[in-house]
Write a protein that binds this ligand. Structure first.
Ligand code: G6P
Length: 439
């Protein structure tokens, strides 16, 4: 990246309740990352949220005395033109669509989740075409910019951009930083003292090495993690890991592995919640209503602590840290979603993987893993990645055959009958957002 003293950042999905966290991060790090123009972009359906969030962002910047001009727009091209970084945090169809993603699988007795299983498949189908439209606009208006994708399912969406666009794309997730903070809590140290090595794909990564204050605690931490509370994200039930299982695995599963390794317990909880709190989308709607009431307060000029109720908390730390390391050619190590390029030898080179990467002015470069993994990890990872590859093709081409095979292959769906039924419901209920599937 060329060294400039005036950076422009475009946030697609700028009306998100997470945006104040990103603004906080840009304010805190402005001496090392001179963002002078911040464009918050949304769609007509998100206009009111954009105006509320934009007003708060302006109050935050003014209170901090930061020289960051904030623009609100529904015109994506205005925001993208000449941008240095484009971040995507959009939700096509808003939270109502997420509710449908979560409820359709539950109707058939399957896990209903935002990014994992048939719910993530459904979200990917309507999200990937929009992300590729953004990539096309960037190729024309900001060809040297970086696309930092937070939009879920982040790994699948990032893979689509890597495969179908020339734009420098890096996928982000707050799960790795979240785990480092949790491990730091266990040992009573600052998160900067915790280094982890992950192998896998987004929301399906295994932590195979943990170093705390210079000491390799990979083995002993598995014993600590058995039966422990606190090893999860805010949006995932904190069911404890079984000690024998962790020892047999020889690695720490991520929060989302509960939907696989503890599927029946997680499904039972989801079914029970359906009759009380509803799905996660219903919970988030209530959290969002509370947050936007707070954001409207003309006195508020900081990011409210209530934002940490959301599962994606601390994503700004990830985004701003990454922008700063690219801009400053820092050559530090961050866990991000990148093109595999052989780092995970049993996955294709062109798929997205979530691994430690060296960050410099050219972007993110995956780092050789310090240990290989056996069939106990390779098996599930290979299967879910094959599902992801099929999902990308189904989303890009409106290919029903690939869509059916993707669902039938996913371990949380698994049969032709369920795949056919869920695909029918998904295409019907999201018809407005799936032009690529219209006959
Ligand atoms: C986790 C994941 C994010 C996801 C979030 C959902 O943090 O890493 O990818 O977006 O949870 O949180 P929510 O509050 O929307 O359920």
């Amino acid at each position: 990246m060329a060294r400039k003293e005036h950076l422009k950042v475009a946030v697609i999905g700028g009306g998100s309740s997470y945006t104040p966290e990103l603004v906080e991060g840009l304010i805190k790090r402005r001496s090392e990352l001179p963002v002078k123009e911040l464009y918050l972009v949304d769609v007509e359906a998100g206009r009111e949220k954009l105006e509320i969030v934009g007003a708060l962002a302006r109050r935050m910047v003014e209170k901090a005395g930061a020289d960051i001009r904030i623009y609100l727009t529904l015109d994506r091209t205005e925001a993208i033109r000449g941008a240095d970084f484009v971040t995507t945090q959009l939700r096509v169809g808003q939270l109502d669509a997420r509710g449908r993603d979560e409820r359709i699988p539950l109707k058939y007795g399957c896990i209903g989740q935002e990014t994992t299983g048939a719910g993530g498949f459904s979200k990917a189908l309507r999200t990937i075409p929009v992300i590729l439209d953004i990539c096309k606009e960037m190729e024309e208006l900001a060809p040297d910019a970086f696309l930092l994708n937070f939009t879920n399912p982040a790994g699948i969406v990032t893979e689509a951009a890597l495969k179908y666009s020339k734009i420098k794309t890096i996928g982000l997730c707050n799960l790795p930083i979240g785990l480092r903070m949790q491990i730091a809590e266990f040992y009573g140290v600052d998160a900067s003292k915790v280094h982890i090595e992950m192998i896998g794909i987004n929301h399906l990564n295994w932590t195979t090495k943990i170093v705390v204050d210079g000491e390799d605690v990979s083995e002993s931490f598995l014993a600590k993690a058995a039966g422990a509370k606190g090893l999860t994200m805010k949006n995932i039930s904190d069911l404890e890991w079984d000690g024998d299982f962790l020892q047999s695995l020889g690695a720490l599963p991520c929060s989302y592995h509960r939907y696989y390794y503890m599927r029946d317990d997680m499904l039972a909880e989801q079914m029970e919640d359906l009759g009380t709190d509803g799905t996660r989308a219903d919970v988030v709607k209530r959290v969002e209503a509370e947050l936007f009431e707070l954001y409207k307060d003309p006195i508020l000029a900081i990011k409210p602590p209530q934002l940490e109720q959301r599962g994606g908390a601390y994503y700004s730390e990830v985004a701003v840290n990454l922008m700063s390391s690219i801009y400053n050619n820092r050559k530090d190590i961050q866990t991000v979603n990148v093109r595999n390029n052989g780092i995970i030898p049993f996955l294709p080179d062109d798929v997205s993987v979530e691994v430690n990467s060296l960050i410099d002015a050219e972007g993110a470069h995956p780092i050789q893993l310090s240990r290989s993994v056996g069939p106990e990890i390779r098996g599930l990872m290979t299967l879910v990645k094959a599902y992801e590859e099929l999902t990308v093709e189904a989303a890009v081409h409106g290919d029903r055959k690939k869509a059916l095979q993707a669902l039938a292959l996913h371990p949380l769906v698994g049969t032709a009958e369920l795949a056919r039924s869920m695909l029918r419901d998904i295409l019907e209920q999201h018809e407005a957002y799936l032009p690529q599937f219209r006959q």
